[in-house]
Design a protein around this ligand. Structure first.
Ligand code: NAP
Length: 289
C-alpha cells in the first residue's frame, strides 16, 4: 500500500510559519499583508473556494477583502475595480477567481492585474517568467503547492520522468514548466493524447488535473510512482473524488495524495505564501522562504 501524502498537515505546518513571518513583518514595518479576491457570478464551487481562501488568510493575520459582482457585470466596472486595487496601498495580492462568465475574456482581465500583485501567477509577465525560467515572478498556486508536496517525498527531483495529465492555463502548463525547472523530464497530455495508459506507465511522478472523476486507473500507474491528484469532482452522491481512481491507484503508487485533503489545502497555502512574498517585496524586505 502506498504512503498517503497528508496535504492538510503539511499545509497547516506552513501556515504556522507564515503567521509568524507576517507578524514579524508587521512589527518591523507596520505592513499587514492584504489579499483581495474578485468573484463574478454565483458559481457555488467558486463561492466555497473563495470562502476557504478568506478564512485561511484571516488565520494567518492578513487583511482580506472579497469583491463580488453579478454575472452580468459591465466589463468597465470590473476593469475599474482591478485598477483601483492595483493602486490600493493595503492590498498586496489580487486574485480574479476563475471561471468567469463566458462573455468576459479572462485573459483581458488577468492582464490588467499589476504583475507585482498577481499572486495567482496568471498575468502573462509572471507566466512568461516561469516559461523562461526567470526569477522574480509569481508561480501559479496549485503547481507551487504540488512542488512542496513532492519535496516531502523526494529528496531530489532531478532526472525523474514526470507526466502531467491536463494542459490548462491554471494547472497543467505551469506545473510542467515548474517540473522542467527542477530538471525533470516532462510530458503533458490533453484530451487528444493517444494511448494515455501507456504514457502514464512511463511516469515516476504522475500529476493529474483534468476534472474527470476517477479517470486514471491503478493499472496505468508505474509501480512505486508518486501520484498527485489535483482533480476535485462533486458526485451526485455528495462525495468528492479526484481524477484518479484512488483505491486501485493505492495498490500501485509509492505515494499518493487523497481527495479531499491532498493538493487542495496546498493551493490555498501557496496563495498565502505568494501574498506574503508580495507584501515583503512591497516593504523592501528580503523574503525568507
Ligand atoms: P480545465 O481548464 O478544464 O482543463 C482540463 C484539462 O484536462 C484540459 O487540458 C483537457 O484537455 C484535459 N483533459 C480533459 N479530459 C481529458 C482526458 N480524458 N485525457 C487527457 N486530458 C484530458 O481544468 P483545470 O482548471 O486544470 O482543473 C482540472 C481539475 O482540477 C478540476 O477538477 C478542478 O476542479 C481541479 N482543480 C483543483 C485545484 C486544487 O487546488 N486541488 C486547483 C485547480 C483545479 P484539452 O485541453 O484537450 O481540452
Amino acid at each position: 500500500m502506498s504512503k498517503i501524502i497528508d496535504g492538510r498537515k503539511i499545509a497547516e505546518d506552513i501556515k504556522t510559519n507564515l503567521l509568524a513571518l507576517a507578524q514579524d513583518l508587521e512589527k518591523k514595518t507596520g505592513i499587514k499583508p492584504g489579499l483581495a479576491i474578485l468573484r463574478v457570478g454565483e458559481d457555488p464551487a467558486s463561492q466555497l473556494y473563495v470562502q476557504r481562501k478568506g478564512l485561511s488568510a484571516k488565520d494567518v493575520g492578513y487583511c482580506f477583502e472579497e469583491h463580488v459582482f453579478p454575472a452580468w457585470v459591465s466589463p468597465h466596472l470590473l476593469e475599474a475595480k482591478i485598477l483601483e486595487l492595483n493602486q490600493a496601498e493595503h492590498i498586496h495580492g489580487i486574485i480574479l477567481q476563475l471561471p468567469l462568465p463566458p462573455q468576459l475574456d479572462k485573459f483581458h482581465f488577468l492582464s490588467l492585474i499589476d504583475p507585482s500583485k498577481d499572486v495567482d501567477g496568471l498575468h502573462p509577465l509572471n507566466a512568461g517568467k516561469l516559461f523562461q525560467g526567470l526569477p522574480g515572478g509569481f508561480v501559479a498556486c496549485t503547481p507551487l503547492g504540488c512542488l512542496k508536496l513532492l519535496q516531502t517525498v523526494h529528496s531530489s527531483l532531478e532526472g525523474l520522468n514526470v507526466g502531467v495529465v491536463g494542459s490548462s492555463l491554471l494547472v497543467g502548463r505551469p506545473m510542467a514548466m515548474l517540473m522542467l525547472q527542477q530538471d525533470c523530464t516532462v510530458w503533458i497530455a490533453h484530451s487528444k493524447t493517444q494511448n494515455l495508459p501507456a504514457l502514464c506507465e512511463t511516469a515516476d511522478i504522475l500529476m493529474v488535473a483534468i476534472g474527470s472523476p476517477q479517470f486514471i486507473q491503478g493499472d496505468w500507474i508505474r509501480k512505486g510512482a508518486t501520484v498527485l491528484d489535483v482533480g476535485i469532482n462533486h458526485l451526485a452522491s455528495g462525495d468528492i473524488v479526484g481524477d484518479v481512481d484512488f483505491l486501485s491507484a493505492q495498490t500501485r503508487a509509492g505515494a499518493i495524495t487523497p481527495v479531499p485533503g491532498g493538493v487542495g489545502p496546498m493551493t490555498v497555502v501557496s496563495l498565502l505564501r505568494n501574498t506574503l512574498e508580495a507584501a515583503f517585496r512591497h516593504a523592501g524586505q528580503p523574503f525568507p522562504l
